[in-house]
Design a protein. Structure first.
Length: 463
């Protein structure tokens, strides 16, 4: 049998392959960024790319050059107000001194004192025994942000006697804010009432039992259980407003986090006005001086490539930002058209809306709408909402016809019905289902119960 030889064939094959470049990834990431994160990303890109230049800082308005004197109606110029200060009774310090003072002021860190620092400062000015002061300071450092013990205070004792611990606890509790160094908010409220005095009758019963029962029962039922009259109850309510259940929070060092909306939609003279919140973003351009370096004759090839590459990346970055803004505006304009009833009447008029409907309306892929609407907020006349809030599925109803009521609108109707009840009136989920049906919202009793639980509204036997 003749030996078969393996033959090698050389040929061409045509294949289609999709490759995601680094620039495309950057463009996709920019699309999903909220305005605050985008601000930081722009800063980093400007630091990294020498071809990018900030034309105008965020919130900055166009102003004359420093070397130009602004002419005023009274004939004076801006320079006149900063050069002659002899009439004011002081002289401008030399430039060196001025710079050093400015640097000192800018370098000074201003911050509020923490709870521990406030308490210890008061403790150090008091004339107390050293061992009592040392134990009190240990108690202070054992407090959490609410002003309560992290660990049981008994663990702080070494050779000290229990009586000394009682004295140290009493000492710390009398410091401002009063009521710290307690186990919980109930003990703190009772300590504060002892220090302030003149607490109303049955106040201890109101704090230790009544406030817990209010989570399950109505006020009149709690009054009956505690055997407290309406007048005594109202006195306790008025008195407790003067106290702080978590005294340490008055000196909390937690930094508040603010939501910055990406867009603002206002109704003015019957028209909806859509504004892109880009005031906190700097205005960019490709640095013309940097770009012109690549056109200098006789320049080194590596330098020319360096200038060309960074200029191209800068231009692509600016174009990606513009594409993000355009896509965001087109998406929100389409949402406004679909949800006009919401902007006129509020959340209960929110209609069902899907990503596909918006994608078809603006001519992009569904994933693009999902990406551009993620992590972004819109400020409206009805409050601040996530952009994804405006996409809501229709509620499930019997029959093949699709409901025109969104899940959000159904929840708002449930909330409105319960809020409209009298203090002594109760309404079951079955009754809620019938009332909703009279409004054209057909929901089963179990669905009503599910939506009510999602709204954190108690059942009829707890209302």
């Amino acid at each position: 049998m003749p030996e078969q030889k393996q033959r090698l064939s050389v040929g061409q094959k045509l294949a289609q392959k999709q490759i995601i470049t680094q620039k495309l990834i950057q463009s996709i990431n920019l699309m999903a960024m909220p305005v605050v994160e985008l601000q930081e990303t722009i800063r980093k890109e400007v630091e990294k790319n020498p071809a990018l230049e900030i034309v105008r800082e965020a919130g900055e308005v166009d102003a004359p050059s420093r070397n130009e004197n602004v002419n005023r109606e009274d004939g004076a110029t801006e320079q006149d107000f900063f050069t002659d200060s002899s009439d004011l009774g002081y002289q401008i310090a030399p430039a060196g001194d001025s710079d050093s003072k400015r640097l000192f002021i800018e370098g000074t860190v201003s911050r509020e004192k923490t709870l521990h620092e406030v308490l210890i400062d008061q403790l150090h000015v008091m004339n107390t025994l050293p061992e009592l002061a040392n134990l009190a300071e240990r108690i202070i450092w054992n407090l959490n942000g609410d002003g309560f013990h992290n660990e049981p205070p008994d663990l702080l004792l070494t050779d000290e006697n229990p009586e000394l611990l009682k004295s140290a606890l009493k000492l710390v509790r009398f410091l401002e804010p009063i009521g710290c160094a307690c186990n919980d908010w109930q003990e703190s409220l009772m300590i504060q009432s002892e220090i302030k005095g003149e607490s109303p009758p049955n106040f201890e019963k109101f704090v230790m039992r009544g406030l817990d029962l209010l989570g399950e029962k109505r006020p009149e039922e709690v009054m009956a259980v505690l055997q407290i009259s309406l007048e005594e109850w109202e006195l306790c309510e008025a008195y407790i407003r003067k106290l702080a259940p978590f005294p340490g929070r008055l000196y909390s060092d937690d930094v508040p986090h603010y939501i910055v909306p990406d867009l603002v939609i206002r109704k003015k003279e019957g028209e909806l006005i859509l504004m892109l919140n880009d005031e906190i973003l700097p205005v960019l351009r490709v640095n013309p001086e940097f770009e012109s370096m690549g056109n200098v004759s006789g320049i080194d090839r590596d330098v020319k490539r360096f200038v060309s590459d960074y200029s191209r990346e800068a231009r692509y970055f600016i174009n990606s930002l513009a594409q993000r803004d355009n896509t965001l505006l087109k998406t929100v304009r389409s949402i406004v058209e679909f949800q006009r009833d919401f902007f006129s009447g509020g959340p209960r008029f929110l209609r069902p809306l899907t990503l596909r409907e918006i994608a078809d309306a603006i001519g992009v892929h569904e994933t693009t709408v999902s990406r551009i609407s993620s992590n972004k907020y819109v400020q409206t006349d009805w409050g601040l909402f996530r952009l994804k809030f405006f996409f809501s599925n229709s509620i499930s109803v019997s029959g093949s016809a699709k409901s025109s009521v969104s899940k959000v609108a159904a929840k708002e109707a449930i909330k409105e019905l319960i809020a409209g009840l009298n203090a002594n009136e109760r309404i079951s989920d079955q009754r809620l289902s019938k009332l909703l049906a009279s409004r054209g919202i057909k929901l089963a009793r179990r669905t009503v119960a599910k939506y009510r639980n999602e709204l954190d509204l108690p059942s009829s036997n707890r209302r």
